[in-house]
Design a protein around this ligand. Structure first.
Ligand SMILES: [Zn+2]
Ligand SMILES: [Zn+2]
Ligand SMILES: [Zn+2]
Length: 186
C-alpha cells in the first residue's frame, strides 16, 4: 500500500505547494503536459523560469530599449526585491519599475491544465497503480474551485498529516481507534 519515505516525501510535498497554491509562479513541467512549449515561451518568469503568476512587466528606464520584454511573477518579484535591497533583477539597478500586464495574466489564467494533485501523485509514485485518479482538466483560473470542491484525491499533504498522526497514536497505543479511520481513506 503506502511506502512513504517520510523525509524525502516531505520535500516533495513542498513542491506541491509550489505546483498549485494560487499564488507564486506555476510549475512549467506540469503546464507543458497540456500546452506547447511555444505557447509558454512568452509567459516565463525571469526570476524562477516557471510560468508567471500575476505577470508583471519590468519597465525600468535602464533597459527600456532592450529587445525582449522582461516578465516576472508578482510574488517572485516582490520576494526578489525584498531579498536584494530593491535592486532590479535584470541589471541590479535601483528603482525597479513594473506594471501588471493584464493580457498576459489573462493568457495564463486561461491555460488548460490537469489536476495538480494527480500530477503530484504520479510524480511521487510513478510506478504504482492508483485506485483513485482525477482526470479533471480545466483552466488554471478554475483549479482552486476544483481542488476545494470537486477533486476526489486528497492532497499528499493531508496523507502525510494522517500518517504522522497515526505514528504518534501508535506510540500512544491508541491504534485501535485510528487504524480503521485511516484505512477508510484508501
Ligand atoms: Zn516566478
Ligand atoms: Zn530594471
Ligand atoms: Zn483533482
Amino acid at each position: 500500500m503506502l511506502s512513504l519515505n517520510m523525509e524525502s516525501d516531505e520535500k516533495k510535498v513542498e513542491n506541491e505547494k509550489e505546483l498549485f497554491s494560487g499564488y507564486g509562479c506555476y510549475n512549467k513541467d506540469w503546464i507543458l503536459l497540456t500546452n506547447s512549449q511555444q505557447k509558454l515561451n512568452h509567459l516565463i518568469c525571469c526570476i524562477c523560469k516557471q510560468v508567471a503568476n500575476n505577470a508583471v512587466e519590468l519597465q525600468c528606464d535602464e533597459h527600456e530599449n532592450a529587445e525582449q520584454m522582461y516578465l516576472a511573477g508578482e510574488e517572485c518579484l516582490q520576494m526578489y526585491l525584498k531579498q536584494n535591497n530593491s535592486k532590479c533583477p535584470i541589471q541590479q539597478h535601483d528603482h525597479c519599475e513594473f506594471v501588471k500586464n493584464k493580457s498576459l495574466i489573462q493568457q495564463v489564467s486561461d491555460l488548460l491544465v490537469t489536476c495538480p494533485r494527480q500530477y503530484t501523485l504520479k510524480k511521487i509514485q510513478p510506478k504504482e497503480e492508483h485506485e483513485n485518479e482525477c482526470n479533471y482538466k480545466g483552466k488554471i483560473s478554475e483549479m482552486k474551485a476544483h481542488l476545494d470542491n470537486s477533486c476526489q484525491l486528497i492532497s499528499i499533504r493531508q496523507i502525510i498529516l494522517l500518517i504522522k498522526e497515526l505514528q504518534s497514536q501508535l506510540q500512544d497505543e491508541k491504534l485501535q481507534t485510528v487504524l480503521p479511520l485511516f484505512l477508510s481513506f484508501f
